[in-house]
Design a protein around this ligand. Structure first.
Ligand code: GLT
Ligand code: MN
Ligand code: MN
Length: 387
């Protein structure tokens, strides 16, 4: 019998080179896994049923490579991706690893650092264009502060705006169709990162010269680090028409960024997120920005970790579909107001206001009936648990 939870290309599951390629090093310990060539990673991803592979510029082309080396490496990788039947849906730029970015990149105080960051980002956009990536993710990991004594956040945000506008103008000047997805994170590696949540990013986008070119790439771990519900953040991005990409993983509450296997923590949020994505018609990549525990070897990185991310998504998608077609559950949700919320609030007119002023709310104010969320939530929990 075929596995109902095996990945199909139309599922659009993707992994970053830096995720399955992560060697298990952390601030306290050395790597526990050997380095693996990008071309080998691509083959292994194809075996687990991935559709796409994403990358930072430096994951593929070592920092400081010559133009000739860069061309050779990108061409060889493109061939490997095509040969494995995969695609590169997204590329991103590493503006955080090199010492030059120690005080930020697009928001660095030193204008020369900002110009260098732009040069690096433009080169990363070029790699994406060459590999056919339609999305460019921008995560400003070093755009922030430890101390605000010598930084006015308003001024830093102006520089951020100019930097992103520069990149948009570059994309336009090249006639590319690349869309830029901004990724938020509240802290780590900086104590405070500018634009710390997806909601902050959504506002920032509206201040830019070409807001239509920009969307967001919310990450489950990052929103959870801020104590937020990921499904609420994804919901706002979808509502705004700005969900360009999504980083799926898991996180155990507000602490350092764990990037655990999707579904490993907070199953309820994972379920609500998958249900939302599946119901919304979102057709972008379902990207796992996660990494295996440091204790694992390279075999289980694929057999247990990568397959686990995919299986958990597909299992939750099947659960979500069953949830939405189960009459008893739907009746309980409607009793808790699910359908009622779809009734629009009337628009303003003097007549409508007059009618509202005259309306008799006596019964409403005397109504002590509960809203039945406990019952709906309990049914959802039992449904997830398979009861
Ligand atoms: C880094 C970060 C991720 C981002 C990557 C894109 S880099 O691994 O923790 O959340 O998505 O730059
Ligand atoms: Mn993360
Ligand atoms: Mn991410």
């Amino acid at each position: 019998m075929s596995d109902p939870y095996a990945a199909a290309p139309e599922d659009r599951f993707s992994f970053g080179l830096w995720t399955v390629g992560h060697r298990g090093g952390d601030p306290f310990g050395l790597p526990t896994r050997p380095p693996v060539e990008p071309e080998t990673i691509v083959e292994r991803l194809a075996e687990v049923g991935a559709w796409g592979v994403s990358l930072h510029d430096d994951d593929l082309v070592p920092f400081g490579s010559s133009p000739a080396e860069r061309d050779r490496i990108v061409a060889r990788f493109g061939e490997a991706v095509r040969g494995a039947g995969l695609c590169v849906p997204m590329t991103t730029v590493d503006l955080f690893r090199q010492p030059v970015f120690k005080d930020g990149a697009l928001t660095a105080a030193d204008p020369a650092v900002r110009r260098f960051a732009l040069r690096k980002a433009v080169a990363a956009i070029d790699i994406g264009a060459e590999l056919g990536a339609g999305i460019f993710v921008l995560w400003g990991g070093r755009e922030g502060v430890e101390s605000g004594a010598a930084r006015d956040p308003r001024v830093a945000l102006e520089r951020y705006r100019e930097g992103v506008d520069f990149l948009c103008e570059y994309v336009r000047s090249q006639g590319l169709a690349t869309r830029i997805a901004l990724e938020a994170k509240p802290n780590e590696p900086r104590a405070h990162i500018y634009l710390p949540t997806t909601g902050h990013m959504l506002h920032f986008i509206e201040t830019l010269a070409h807001p239509e070119m920009l969307g967001v790439n919310p990450e489950m771990a990052h929103e959870s680090m801020a104590g937020l519900s990921f499904s609420q953040s994804v919901g706002q991005a979808l509502w705004a028409g700005k969900l360009f990409h999504v980083d799926l993983n898991s996180q155990n509450g507000p602490r350092f960024d764990q990037d655990f296997r999707f579904g490993a923590e907070d199953l309820k949020e994972a379920f609500l997120t998958v249900r939302l994505l599946e119901r919304s018609g979102y057709d972008g990549p379902r990207h796992f920005d996660a990494r295996a525990y440091r204790s694992e070897d390279d075999i289980d990185v694929y057999a247990a970790f990568a397959r686990g991310c995919i299986r958990n998504y597909k299992i939750l998608a099947a659960k979500a579909a069953a949830f939405d077609t189960n009459e008893a559950i739907q009746a309980a949700c409607d009793k808790a107001g699910a359908a009622q919320l779809s009734e629009p609030t009337p628009g303003f007119s003097p007549e409508v206001l007059e009618a509202i002023r005259d309306e008799d709310f006596t019964a409403l104010l005397a109504n002590t009936e509960g809203r039945h969320h406990e019952a709906a939530d309990q049914l959802m929990i039992e449904h997830i648990l398979g009861i």
